[in-house]
Design a protein around this ligand. Structure first.
Ligand SMILES: *Cc1c(COP(=O)(O)O)cnc(C)c1O
Length: 372
């Protein structure tokens, strides 16, 4: 049996009539950029997310650096983030011109360690950018307390955590912005690139709307900005899918529970740790092997059995050869948990359309590996 890592086409088939209707509406309207569908999707998004403003932008990376820029963060400033995240989080800080300060994650949830954040704060620190890694919210109440104590902005990188929440909080409660990515492999994905910034601040909303559109908020009037808009066609796709996001997330959670139950007795790896009461949306179902020297062999074993297991992310940011070191990037303290995670993580197939038959096959092969 072949088990893929994503179910993009299945999801399209399931929601085809609604997606096609929206795409057709856009195509026939003749308005493809900053048109009515984008506006409607922004209204729908802010109502869904519970913020005052939602701004559609070109992709999730732009959503991050546009947030920093709108907050006035740039050269000479420092931004603290996870060492274990998709590269784009750090890249966005670098694009904004600020210094990337990487801190370690917690050993269990792999989310950023609030104690390490506080230790990394200097007079130059302007913002904290926690990542809701693998779909689980970071410990936001602790992070917000630190930010408020030191007068820092919080920009939540929610590219992996749409529809997630904490036990006593929701995303964005005390943050300057929450950003997300709509690239297809994310939990809410379109058919190309897309991103969004959520905020409760009118000034941030106005700045990002200008910055995304050549610094313009009136015809022929410009200040220097960029071109980073969410296309109306993509907005139409996302609008149709957003109506189903709770159900799609619930399917992920149900599949995670099936993995948890079937794999609870394994000896060679640990299961993902979900904080009690949090809505972990399982962007990834990432296990942690006990013996790092056997990790690649496990992935190869599963691949050979037709199962598209992957690693996220097997090279931590500070070990990426291409990253500009020194002036622009800094390590704050030991990053041992992040480094350990890079060597021990394996992501099993996880998407809402994964069938029980396919999942049972994955479970059987994983148990076979565990027993060998
Ligand atoms: C995907 C991702 C991004 C970047 O999103 P793009 O839309 O690809 O630019 C940023 N941060 C994290 C944590 C991501 O997973």
């Amino acid at each position: 049996m072949k088990v893929s890592f994503y179910g993009h086409v299945r999801q399209y088939e399931n929601l085809k009539s609604e997606i096609d209707a929206n795409m057709n509406e856009v195509l026939m309207s003749g308005n493809y950029v900053q048109g009515p569908m984008l506006k409607a999707f922004e209204e729908q998004s802010k109502a869904y997310f519970g913020t005052e403003y939602a701004i559609g932008v070109g992709n999730g990376t732009d959503a991050l650096w546009l947030s920093l820029m709108a907050l006035g963060i740039g050269p000479g400033d420092e931004v603290i983030t996870n060492a274990n995240t998709f590269f784009a989080t750090a890249e966005a800080i670098w694009i904004a011109g600020a210094k990337v300060v990487l801190v370690d994650c917690l050993a269990d949830t792999k989310c950023i360690d609030p104690a390490k954040i506080e230790a990394a704060i200097t007079p130059k620190t302007k913002a904290i950018m926690p990542v809701h890694l693998y779909g689980q919210c970071a410990d936001m109440p602790a992070i917000w307390d630190i930010a408020e104590k030191h007068g820092l902005d919080v920009v939540e990188d929610n590219a992996q955590g749409i529809d997630g929440a904490g036990d006593t909080f929701k995303q964005g409660d005390r943050s300057a912005t929450v950003t997300t990515s709509f690239i297809i492999q994310k939990n809410l994905g379109c058919f190309g690139d897309g991103g969004m910034v959520f905020t409760n601040r009118a000034d941030v909303d106005a700045k990002i709307r200008k910055l995304r559109n050549h610094g313009s908020d009136a015809r022929n009037v410009h200040s220097f900005g960029f071109n980073s808009r969410l296309d109306d066609l993509q907005a139409g796709v996302l609008s149709a899918k957003m109506k189903h996001i709770t159900a799609l997330t619930d399917q992920r959670i149900a599949l995670a529970k099936r993995y948890d139950a079937a794999l609870k007795e394994v000896k060679t790896f640990k299961l993902p740790v979900a904080r009690p009461g949090y809505r972990h949306v399982y962007h990834l179902y990432a296990i942690e092997v006990n013996d790092a020297t056997k990790r690649d062999a496990m992935v190869e074993f599963l691949q050979a059995a037709g199962i598209d297991a992957k690693t996220h992310y097997s090279i931590v940011i500070h070990k990426q050869a291409g990253f500009p070191w020194g002036k622009e990037c800094e390590i704050a303290g030991s990053l041992e948990n992040a480094e350990h995670n890079a060597q021990t993580c394996v992501s099993l197939p996880m998407f809402p359309e994964l069938t029980h038959e396919e999942q049972d096959y994955v479970i059987a092969k994983v148990l076979e590996w565990d027993a060998a």
